[in-house]
Ligand binder design. Structure first.
Ligand code: CDV
Length: 362
């Protein structure tokens, strides 16, 4: 573990990705998967981990890669919420044992799940991640995946890998909201300790850690990272199910998997460096009935270095003690946004979605 810049007090935190091997099929019992998650949680406790990140759609197989026509069958992959009870899932029998145990162990969690929001007669399904604080005994924040990959209609050629997130989920409506998590680092500055006349810049990097969440494909989008960067993010959490091989695309299975891992690393390392934050990336990996998924769960530092990475494609705890004070170097120099961003030139980012090329030459 490298130290912080010269003047910074260390803000140490032990964190981990709970990489999960495959959840074999649509009919794999929930209890079997939950048991594996509980075992990873215990391993995390044994390593004194204070924050543990599970994958996207952690409790089930990656159901968005199957063609599920029966609405009753599909409903089994979702947990219910409502506008008046946005965190109702913590009491679901599919999730509550994890919450109960993490309360006993005092470990904060990020996990992904299928969320069915029931509002009067209307239901809306999201691919969701949540942050649960053990010290507060409650969820602090929810994130609904924004960049949904894949398609609405299945591919018709037998054997082709399906990716149907646009069929099963609605685009997230919560944006990219950073939040602080209490109880993770010692001596965090609190609002009551600061005089209202003091320049807010003086307290930067001294409070409780600033966190943000993404889900899988989101990590490839610089815009998502920067929305968090602009809120001073120090630690980004992300779970994923990334296809290792799709027969409809070029290349051998080995080559495709190596490329997928390369792009995963490139995205997580660039995002961390350009926003001067740590990040934790947690895979569901290995071969499920719909196809194969990459491993490569990792912890990345604010200089873009991978400081811990999974060695297998099975259940594996990937952990490290990080020093959040190390975020200050990038935030104060190369990526001091106040000093160097040029918003007057960034208009296209909000005005345009697709590509508009310069006109053809005569
Ligand atoms: N679950 C995902 O979002 N998967 C996408 C794949 C389909 C490209 C990903 O970005 O890893």
């Amino acid at each position: 573990m490298a130290s912080a810049t010269k003047s910074e007090q260390p803000r140490l935190l032990t964190v981990a990705a709970a990489q999960m091997g495959p959840v074999k099929s649509l009919s794999t019992p929930r209890s079997e998967t939950l048991d594996r998650m509980l075992q990873l949680l215990q391993q995390a406790a044994d390593k004194n981990v204070k924050l543990l990140v599970y994958p996207e759609l952690a409790f089930t197989t990656f159901f968005a890669s199957y063609i599920i026509k029966d609405p009753e069958e599909l409903a089994k992959f979702f947990e219910h919420t409502s506008p008046s009870d946005p965190y109702a899932f913590v009491n679901s029998p599919n999730i509550k044992p994890l919450i109960d145990r993490t309360n006993e162990l005092g470990i904060d969690l990020y996990f992904g799940f299928g969320e069915r929001l029931v509002d009067a007669a209307k239901t809306t399904d999201f691919n969701t991640a949540v942050y649960y604080s053990a010290s507060q005994r409650r969820c602090l924040s929810k994130y609904r995946k924004v960049h949904l990959p894949g398609r609405k209609e299945p591919l018709t050629t037998p054997g082709f890998a399906q990716q149907l997130e646009k069929r099963y989920f609605t685009v997230g409506d919560l944006g990219f909201q950073a939040f602080r998590a209490p109880g993770l680092v010692e001596g965090a500055l609190k609002a009551k300790d600061v005089d209202s006349a003091t320049d807010p810049k003086e307290s930067q990097g001294k409070g409780d850690p600033i966190l943000g969440m993404l889900l899988c494909n989101d990590r490839r989008w610089a815009e998502a990272w920067r929305c968090y960067g602009l809120q001073g993010i120090e630690l980004l959490l992300e779970g994923y199910n990334t296809t290792a091989f799709a027969p409809q695309y070029e290349g051998t299975p080995e080559w495709q998997e190596a490329e997928a891992l390369h792009h995963h690393r490139l995205s997580s390392q660039a995002g961390s460096y350009q926003n001067a934050c740590f990040s934790i990336h947690s895979a569901k990996a290995g071969v499920e009935d719909h196809g194969s998924l990459i491993g490569g769960s990792s912890i990345v530092d604010p200089n873009g270095h991978i400081i811990a990475e999974a060695k297998t494609k099975g259940d594996e705890l990937v952990y490290a003690t990080i020093d959040l004070a190390k975020c200050r170097k990038g935030k104060g120099r190369v990526f001091a946004f106040d000093d160097h961003r040029r918003t007057e030139h960034y208009g296209k980012l909000l005005e345009q979605t697709g590509v508009v090329e310069p006109r053809l030459l005569d």
